[in-house]
Design a protein around this ligand. Structure first.
Ligand SMILES: [Zn+2]
Length: 334
């Protein structure tokens, strides 16, 4: 599928710019392989406002947000989920403004006994440090996703359909969309001038697929949540990373098809004898830059967990049948 909603040439960091009527965006200067050009923080409304995802703990972004909010009254701080590029400045903004924070909940309590294991140190790396005795000095990671703001606890815990903000003709409600994280929430805005707008956080992005990384990420839930938002009739979807997406239902339908195709490919690779996640990634992601192979491995684990649930794949480890699937497990088709 095509990812076409890239930033325009006049894009600039730290500048509050209107993206649709009644909604302004400030982009934080935290570009990366996970964040594209950076985190977009959204300000809804004119004098009484709601802020979606205040963003990363970055002085330049905090100052830009403070400047954009001068003369405005923050009524609500809305958080899509607790990755470190989304929620950390919520604590500062709450103190500054006195406005409550709203989210589905804190970051999910990851299944304590589910250790997702490790990828080989040299997998998906271009630039390994090699020490004098020839052994690798690269840091070992058990997580291949973005880091998490575990300290965030919302003042108001949301459920789907909850109204979170209204000003003039603008009304905003929450839609729980688990998958990228278990607490991920989209925010739906209606207004006369902008129509139906869906703020999609990291659930749907215009520039890339979303990482769905166990244990907190769940591919089966992600697919259900994608179908939920694809079935809406929104005029535009506005992700945290990248530009607005027009005709979002069509785009999200393509995303569902893309994930189903990837699932078929993962199952096909296992059936052809690729029994480990590094082998599957090397097989399926040959055209993807190598620095994305570690996050791809997390998504493959996500697909394998779903295929295990569908009883199309089994874990073939010595650890026994009760073990949770891991990045370093061996898999077979059933
Ligand atoms: Zn995220």
């Amino acid at each position: 599928m095509d990812f076409v909603t890239l930033e325009p040439d006049d894009f600039a960091y730290g500048v509050s710019a209107e993206v649709v009527p009644g909604v302004n965006r400030i982009v934080a200067e935290n570009p990366s392989k996970f964040t594209y050009r950076g985190t977009g923080t959204y300000i809804i409304g004119d004098t009484d406002v709601a802020v979606i995802d205040p963003g990363p703990a970055l002085d330049s972004h905090r100052d830009a947000l403070a400047a954009a909010l001068t003369g405005r009254t923050v009524r609500a701080i809305l958080v899509t989920h607790c990755h470190a590029d989304h929620s950390p400045l919520a604590a500062w903004l709450r103190t500054e403004s006195g406005a409550p924070t709203y989210a589905f909940g804190p970051h999910g309590a990851e299944t304590a006994e589910w250790d997702i294991g490790m990828l080989p140190d040299d997998f998906g790396r271009l630039d390994l440090d090699v020490s004098a005795n020839g052994t690798e000095a690269a840091p070992r990671e058990s997580k291949v996703e973005e880091s998490t703001d575990v300290g965030f606890v919302p003042d108001v815990e949301l459920r789907s359909g909850d109204h979170v903000f209204a000003t003039g003709p603008i009304d905003v409600t929450a839609i729980h969309t688990p998958g990228h994280t278990s607490n991920h929430t989209c925010f739906a805005m209606t207004s006369e001038s902008a129509g139906r707008v869906l703020f999609t956080g990291d659930h749907v992005m215009g520039w890339s697929t979303t990482v769905v990384s166990p244990p907190d990420g769940d591919m089966a839930e992600y697919m259900n949540s994608l179908r939920t938002v694809a079935g809406r009739r929104d005029d535009v979807a506005i992700p945290t990373h990248g530009s607005p997406i027009s005709n979002p239902s069509h785009f999200m339908g393509q995303l569902v098809d893309h994930r189903l195709e990837r699932e078929r490919q993962v199952l096909g690779a296992v059936r052809r004898g690729s029994s480990t996640i590094p082998k599957i990634v090397t097989d399926l992601y040959a055209d993807v830059p190598i620095e994305l192979h570690r996050p791809a491995a997390a998504s493959v684990l996500g697909h394998l967990v779903k295929l295990l649930g569908d009883q199309l794949v089994a874990v073939d480890d010595d650890r026994g049948v009760s073990v949770f699937p891991r990045l370093d497990s061996t898999y077979r088709a059933v």
